[in-house]
Design a protein around this ligand. Structure first.
Ligand code: HMG
Length: 394
């Protein structure tokens, strides 16, 4: 009997309603704006207001998928993040409540830097093979924070992607092969007592590229596929230039000529558009790139094989692939995503720094947060050390 395909049936992206243009940051830091625009490949960073966190962003991304699909079929909810709001309770459970999901559901939070959504995706696909009448909801949400004035600062960002996984998916059927790489390295980390990540920046980019080559070698051995078997590539995007470096490195390792600008634009360009506007969204970043590719490509991608590279510092990498399904365009939310990115409030430099400096109260008292622009959910306050979320009328 022919095995049924498994993969991504629907994708929804959300990012905060505030953004800092990196030209404004460049001016404040007395840096040539081209360093950010061309050197890093970033135009804007999404800035979450004080009443937005990974739970509100994740719930806002997931709501349309829950509303349009069969809510009762969701029996697995995996929340991928490295910006968790609690050391014990999974953010998945806040989401479970906000989205009114069925009680017969396995709900858990997953962490491995930017990689965890890929682990969630693969675990959910294996689970779906056993439970083909169910669906899984994977939510990846993160807030990328580095110290003010650090080299990482222009790569900050925030956002969330929700994916519904199902058998015979409408968007992307995953191939069974996957090349993996894990190693204990200190390229990027965030101790529990810090709200900003620590990073050995140049080293982290080298480890990223080495991981890619290890993963590719294993994937190639399993699948027998070469570069020419792929129509597009999506890479984890700490900043969008990283994808261009990664693809160049991969081509060199395969003995292919260095890709020129036109080849890079065709193979990776459409996947970079959204991330250029949001900055790094850590666990969500690769899937934000995939959403950008499917939403914005003028080409008909039906039947195209996409290579995906997921990287999480620390480190874990995975190269895997999938084939775009014939009627994928009907399942896209491209117009909603376009409006979301276009309709953001631009921040002045000082507004960005003021938001950055705000700390979450830790005294256990009753705190209400001022209301900013958010999606359909916001963090209304904190009382007795409990986060209080509310639905917002849009
Ligand atoms: P930097 O100090 O800005 O580096 O740090 P730089 O001085 O090398 O400049 C960057 C690029 O801009 C260079 O291009 C310059 O030439 C160019 P390249 O040589 O690389 O091609 N440049 C200019 N271009 C045009 N006009 C100019 C100009 N000036 C310079 N005037 C770094 C860069 C990425 C290290 C820093 O931003 C950083 O530390 N970022 C955070 C860490 C990071 O993103 N690492 C990426 C790999 S690790 C990863 O992806 C995992 C992660 O997502 C976390 C997780 O897994 O959870 C981070």
């Amino acid at each position: 009997m022919h095995a049924r395909s498994v993969g991504i049936d629907a994708l929804s992206f959300y990012c905060p309603r505030y953004a800092l243009d990196l030209k404004v940051l460049a001016e404040a830091r007395s840096v040539d704006p081209q360093k950010y625009a061309a050197g890093l490949g970033q135009d804007c960073m999404a800035v979450p207001p004080p009443d937005e966190d990974v739970v509100t962003m994740g719930a806002s991304a997931a709501l349309p998928l829950v509303q349009e699909g069969d809510r009762d079929a969701i029996a697995l909810l995996l929340f991928a993040t490295e910006s968790g709001v609690d050391q014990s309770k999974a953010a998945a459970l806040h989401l479970h409540g906000l989205l009114d999901l069925p009680h017969g559901c396995r709900a858990v939070e997953m962490k491995q830097a930017c990689y965890s959504a890929t682990a969630a995706l693969q675990l959910a696909c294996a689970w779906l093979a056993l439970h083909p009448d169910r669906t899984a909801l994977i939510v990846a949400a993160d807030i990328a924070r580095y110290e003010l004035r650090s080299p990482g600062e222009p790569t900050q960002g925030a956002g969330a992607v929700a994916m519904r996984l199902a058998v015979e998916p409408r968007l992307l059927a995953l191939d069974p092969e996957a090349g993996l790489f894990a190693d204990d390295v200190m390229d990027f980390w965030r101790p529990n007592y810090r709200s900003e990540a620590l990073v050995d920046g140049q080293y982290s980019t080298r480890v990223y590229l080495q991981s890619l080559l290890h993963c590719w070698a294993q994937y190639r051995e399993q699948s027998g596929r070469g570069l020419a078997d792929f129509d597009r590539f999506c890479y984890h995007l700490p900043f969008t230039r990283m994808a261009e470096k990664a693809h160049g490195r991969l081509a060199r390792a395969c003995g292919a000529p260095a890709p020129d600008a036109e080849t890079l634009a065709r193979l990776v360009g459409d996947g970079l558009r959204y991330n250029r506007q949001t900055g790094n969204t850590y666990a969500a970043s690769l899937y934000e790139g995939l959403t950008s590719l499917l939403d914005t490509s003028d080409a008909d991608l039906a039947g195209c094989r996409i290579g995906l590279f997921s990287y999480g510092s620390g480190c874990t990498g995975e190269f895997f692939s999938g084939v775009v399904q014939p009627d994928y365009r009907v399942a896209l939310r491209a117009e909603a995503h376009r409006r979301l990115l276009e309709d953001r409030t631009a921040l002045e430099y000082q507004q960005y720094e003021d938001i950055f400096q705000l700390a979450v109260p830790t005294d256990g008292g009753e705190h209400a947060f001022a209301q900013y622009r958010t999606g359909p959910f916001r963090l209304a306050g904190i009382g007795q050390h409990k986060r209080i979320y509310e639905r917002v009328d849009e």
